[in-house]
Design a protein around this ligand. Structure first.
Ligand code: MG
Length: 361
């Protein structure tokens, strides 16, 4: 096969000679031969496909090290890697979009006006936690108050960590100014982490203690959400159920990257392995989000003792039909126990309503 000059190869690949020289320098596409005297680069026509792949991956924004790895893979594996890369980009973009929306509101002063205009919103709430049918103790903790809702699922030392995490959040129930919701939640999450670290240091038996933490705080018409681990928050709006947290588990990241299906995840041997948590070996990276609360919304916070055994369709049915938060948590916990109750189960349900609607109810 005759080798092509860089000019001919550039024309055939629709890349500029400058780009080809760059790919060579970056080690992404080495010429088939470099003349030792003139330094002229010559390419094999069989390298065209790789040249185009490199160009496309660069247009995607993929980091150079990843491009190098993808180029070495067979087509099927390469396809999987590109899908996984894009899933990570989308997750990262979604998190930054939420933050940007919050900053726009905050900087334009919309925050305070909106809270003032809707300051009549209040929540009605209920919490129920149960040991389940298999475990000997209940290591979950739940809390519901006029402004704070929280669920924590402890591990590695009874309910010490879950209770400590919720204690650290409780001061928020006294109220937080709308503009400070996220920073107050972030500070509280750090306090939770410090409490859990102190526990772990206090007793060798509690060395691996940790907890999940999913909590919401209301201020005016806004609510702040902090989430770390695999407990979940759901929103029921106009009868439709939306999961508004993302599990920080190994299996969820495998689903996101297209490596396993939801069905495979349900029976995956490592389905309870956490990527992030408060304490333990996992990374402490809480997700923080700000949402607009609306009258008639119903929220559910729950530990994986519910979602591990009760399908989303059933949860939606109960939330859409229960007359009040108390009825909803009782029915949801009963469903988990009827499904075998293999884990501790904790549910917090809150209804958002106008102040007047609540007092007359
Ligand atoms: Mg659990």
């Amino acid at each position: 096969m005759e080798l092509l000059t860089i000019g001919a190869f550039a024309r055939a690949s629709r890349l500029s000679p400058k780009a080809l020289r760059l790919y060579d320098e970056l080690g992404l596409l080495r010429p088939a031969r470099v003349d030792p005297h003139t330094g002229y680069r010559r390419y094999d026509p069989a390298q065209l496909e790789r040249a185009r792949l490199v160009a496309w991956l660069r247009r995607l924004g993929m980091p150079l090290a990843d491009i190098r790895a993808v180029c070495e893979l067979g087509p099927q594996t390469a396809a999987r890697e590109v899908r996984a890369y894009w899933a990570r980009v989308e997750a990262d973009t979604a998190a930054r979009r939420d933050l940007a929306a919050f900053l726009v509101d905050h900087l334009s002063g919309k925050d305070t006006t909106m809270s003032a205009a809707h300051s009549t919103l209040r929540i009605r709430y209920a919490v129920l936690s149960d040991t389940g049918s298999v475990r000997e103790s209940n290591d979950d903790a739940g809390y519901a108050g006029p402004r704070l809702l929280a669920v924590a699922d402890g591990f590695g030392g009874g309910r010490h960590a879950s209770e400590a995490a919720i204690e650290a959040l409780k001061p928020l129930d006294a109220g937080v100014p709308g503009g400070e919701l996220l920073s107050a939640l972030e500070d509280a999450a750090h306090r939770a982490r410090e409490s859990v670290s102190a526990l772990a240091a206090s007793d060798p038996a509690l060395r691996d203690v940790g907890t999940t933490l999913t909590a919401m705080v209301w201020s005016g018409s806004r609510l702040g959400l902090v989430h770390i681990g695999d407990s979940r928050a759901y929103l029921l709006r106009h009868g439709e159920l939306f999961q508004i947290t993302h599990d920080h588990t190994v299996v969820q990241s495998l689903i996101d990257e297209g490596r396993i299906t939801e069905e495979e995840a349900a029976s995956h041997p490592q389905r309870s392995l956490l990527l992030r948590a408060v304490g333990g070996d996992s990374a402490f990276e809480p997700d923080l989000a700000l949402r607009d609360a609306r009258a008639e919304d119903r929220y559910l916070l729950c530990s994986d003792g519910l979602t591990g055994v009760v399908p989303a369709g059933e949860i939606q049915r109960v939330l859409a039909s229960a007359a009040d938060p108390g009825g909803a948590v009782r029915e949801l916990v009963a469903l988990a126990i009827r499904a075998g109750g293999p884990d501790n189960v904790t549910c917090v349900v809150a209804d958002v309503a106008e102040q007047a609607a609540l007092t007359s109810a």
